[in-house]
Design a protein around this ligand. Structure first.
Ligand SMILES: [Zn+2]
Length: 284
């Protein structure tokens, strides 16, 4: 990607290396301290060891109220440019629909993170939380993408951001809320099917972003699309399930197969249009 010249977003929150406040979760203050000591003694651990961790994470959490500006290193700089490009894509598209695009925040974290959707650790992968309208991205996922899922390349990384921002678009358009209601009372298989359609639409929206990044701002270079398709293929449910346990169970798919993800990413990429991303009415 030709990203170095791109605009930087002001919506990146860098919480890497900060941890989350465990002291507060335990009860805070003197009671928290007592609980830690008791737990430590029960576990047969030296209490001062745990207390060091608690006090250091408490200091960390107080620091997190004033995050440093993004662009401290190349990784966060890259994320900031991709996020800015999604903003530049979706703002005019929303304007065309007579709506206003509210820019999401993107939180970079390591280890685990507290969001309006609860406490999450890096194992869940990148995610979007509708409750606080933030995208959460653990940089270790990018290493996984390259090493474990064999999908290297900067555009593979950008595609993930495009997909999560796609969930934000679904939230702003009211789609996510509607689907949430539709799922109520349905069987697990039906709920999964709705989830798959929602995920495929986010892939399609990532394609819409890639279309505009490429046509309007010339951000993409040769090989980028293949990197994005590689990522879409690598993180399809069928591929992930096959890697994890050697067989696939379609009813439990919540993101779609590799072929479906590639198909919908391409539809968004080729058309650049929101309305082309209707994954709900027909076959997928
Ligand atoms: Zn998703």
């Amino acid at each position: 990607m030709r990203w170095k010249q791109g605009r930087r977003s002001t919506n990146v929150e860098d919480r890497r290396g900060r941890g989350v406040s465990r002291g507060v979760a335990i009860g805070g203050g003197g009671l928290g301290l007592l609980v830690v000591v008791v737990i430590a003694l029960l576990l047969g651990v030296d209490p001062t060891q745990l207390l060091t961790d608690v006090s250091s994470t408490q200091v960390d959490s107080s620091q997190s109220s004033a995050p440093p500006p993004p662009g401290q290193d190349e990784a966060s700089d890259f994320v900031s440019v991709v996020l800015a490009d999604t903003e530049d894509t979706w703002k005019p598209l929303f304007r065309d629909m007579g709506k206003t695009y509210v820019e999401p925040k993107l939180v970079l974290f390591t280890g685990e993170v507290r969001s309006a959707c609860g406490l999450a650790d890096a194992a869940v992968g990148p995610f979007y939380c509708p409750g606080d309208q933030k995208v959460y991205l653990d940089m270790s996922f990018y290493a996984d993408l390259k090493n474990r899922f064999k999908a290297p390349g900067d555009f593979a990384q950008a595609y993930i951001i495009g997909h999560e921002v796609g969930h934000h678009v679904q939230t702003l358009l009211g789609i996510s809320g509607d689907l949430h209601q539709e799922k109520a009372g349905k069987s697990k298989a039906m709920q999964n099917e709705i989830s798959v359609r929602q995920e495929l639409q986010a892939d399609c929206f990532a394609g819409v972003w890639a279309h505009h990044a490429s046509r309007v701002r010339n951000l993409l270079e040769a090989g980028d699309i293949e990197e994005g398709l590689g990522a879409a293929t690598a993180i399809g449910d069928d591929r992930l399930q096959m890697q994890a346990r050697g067989y696939v169970t379609p009813d439990s798919f919540t993101h779609g197969t590799s072929a479906q993800r590639v198909k919908w990413f391409k539809i968004g990429l080729e058309t650049g249009e929101v309305k082309a991303c209707d994954t709900y009415s027909g076959g997928i």
